[in-house]
Design a protein around this ligand. Structure first.
Ligand code: AVJ
Length: 326
C-alpha cells in the first residue's frame, strides 16, 4: 500500500489509465502488466496476425463452429424475438460477421454495438461490415469493459451479448465471474450471452499456440514495452527481454512473461520512476485460462445465467456456449 501523500505526489501521468496500470504493475512483486496494454494500434495489428498463425488454433476453430452453426445459434438465441447484438472486445469483428449474416437472414435490420479498448480495429470493422452486410448498423464504442460496462441500449429488443474469442480467459476466475455479473446487471431476464472459450487440451498444443515459430507472439508480448517507451517516455530495450510462454497446470492457464536477459535498470520518464530487473526476473503480462465443461458452467451460472446450449468442434478444442439471463 502507498500512503495518500505518496499517491498525491505522483506525476500526472500516473493518473492516466496507462500510467496508473504501469505504475501499479511495475512496483508490484512479482512485476505484472495487464494484458489490455497490448492493444495499441501495433498490438491490435499483431494480434490479428496471431489469429492467422498455423499454431494459433483458437480463432480458426471458433470460426469453424460459427461457419457450421451460426443459423442454429441465432435461432436458439432469438426464439422468435428480434435481437440487438452487443460485442465485448469486438476488435475487427471478422468472426462476428458469420453471426451478423445469420442475424440478417432472420431479421431485416440488426443493431450491432461493437465495444473495444482500441479504436483502430473498430473503425476497420464498421467500414467492412457496412460494405459487406447491408442491414447491419454498427455503433463503435471505445471503452474498457473490464472496469465496468456502460448500459446496452436495445430499445425493447432482446439483447444478445457476444463475448467470444476466449477473451474471458484473460481473467482470474473470481474476476471473470465479476465481469459476467456486471454484464448480467445490464441485461433483462431472457437476454442472451454467447461465450466462446478455449478448452483444456494437450499441453504442447497450447504452448505452441503462445510461442509460435515465426515469433509473432514474442513481438506482440514485447510490443507492450515499445508502447510504454512511446507513451510514458521509458527506455526499455525490447531486445534485452525474452518472450516466455509456460503452462501453469495448477491454475489451468498459459502464462506469458517477459524475462530480463540481464540485470538492468529502466527509467520511465513520465512516471519519474526507475525500475530494476534482476537477470532472469520476469514481468507477467498475460494469463490465458483454459476451461473444462464444468468450469464453464459454474462460472456462467454463478454470474446469473443459465446455459441452454453449446457447440464445439470435432476435437472439442473450443466451446461456444449460449446462456440466458435468469
Ligand atoms: C485475445 C485473450 C483470447 O489469450 O489467446 C494471443 C490473446 N495472447 N496470443 C489469447 C493472445 C497471446 C488471446 N485473447
Amino acid at each position: 500500500m502507498h500512503s495518500l501523500s505518496s499517491i498525491l505526489s505522483l506525476p500526472e501521468a500516473a493518473q492516466t489509465a496507462v500510467g496508473a496500470e504501469v505504475y501499479a504493475g511495475l512496483t508490484a512483486r512479482p512485476k505484472t502488466l495487464s494484458p489490455w496494454l497490448f492493444y495499441d494500434e501495433e498490438g491490435s495489428r499483431l494480434f490479428e496476425e496471431i489469429t492467422e498463425l498455423p499454431e494459433y488454433y483458437l480463432t480458426r476453430t471458433e470460426r469453424g463452429i460459427f461457419a457450421r452453426h451460426a443459423d442454429e445459434i441465432l435461432r436458439a438465441a432469438a426464439e422468435g424475438e428480434t435481437l440487438a447484438m452487443i460485442e465485448l472486445g469486438a476488435g475487427t469483428a471478422t468472426k462476428t460477421e458469420l453471426l451478423l449474416k445469420a442475424a440478417v437472414r432472420r431479421q431485416e435490420a440488426v443493431d450491432y454495438l461493437a465495444i473495444d479498448v482500441s479504436e483502430s480495429p473498430l473503425t476497420v470493422a464498421k467500414q467492412r461490415i457496412e460494405r459487406e452486410i447491408p442491414g447491419v448498423t454498427t455503433t463503435p464504442r471505445v471503452a474498457d469493459y473490464t472496469t465496468g460496462v456502460a448500459d446496452f441500449p436495445a430499445d425493447g429488443k432482446r439483447r444478445m451479448v457476444l463475448y467470444i474469442g476466449s477473451s474471458i480467459g484473460n481473467f482470474e476466475p473470481a474476476h471473470a465471474v465479476k465481469l459476467l455479473r456486471d454484464v448480467r446487471a445490464h441485461l433483462s431476464p431472457g437476454d442472451q450471452l454467447l461465450l466462446g472459450v478455449d478448452r483444456v487440451k494437450e499441453r504442447s498444443v497450447v504452448v505452441r499456440a503462445y510461442d509460435d515459430e515465426a515469433g509473432v507472439t514474442a513481438a506482440f508480448n514485447k510490443n507492450v514495452l515499445v508502447r510504454i517507451n512511446r507513451e510514458l517516455g521509458a527506455n526499455f530495450n525490447p531486445r534485452l527481454f525474452r518472450h516466455r510462454a509456460r503452462w501453469n497446470h495448477e491454475h489451468s492457464r498459459i502464462e506469458m512473461h517477459l524475462e530480463s536477459l540481464i540485470a538492468q535498470q529502466v527509467s520511465i520518464g513520465a512516471l519519474e520512476m526507475e525500475v530494476k530487473f534482476a537477470r532472469g526476473e520476469t514481468i507477467h503480462t498475460e494469463n490465458s485460462y483454459k476451461f473444462t465443461g464444468h468450469g464453464i458452467s459454474s462460472m456462467v451460472e454463478r454470474a446469473g445465467f443459465s446455459i441452454t446450449q453449446c457447440w464445439t468442434d470435432e476435437r472439442e478444442w473450443f466451446g461456444v456456449y449460449l446462456a440466458t439471463a435468469v
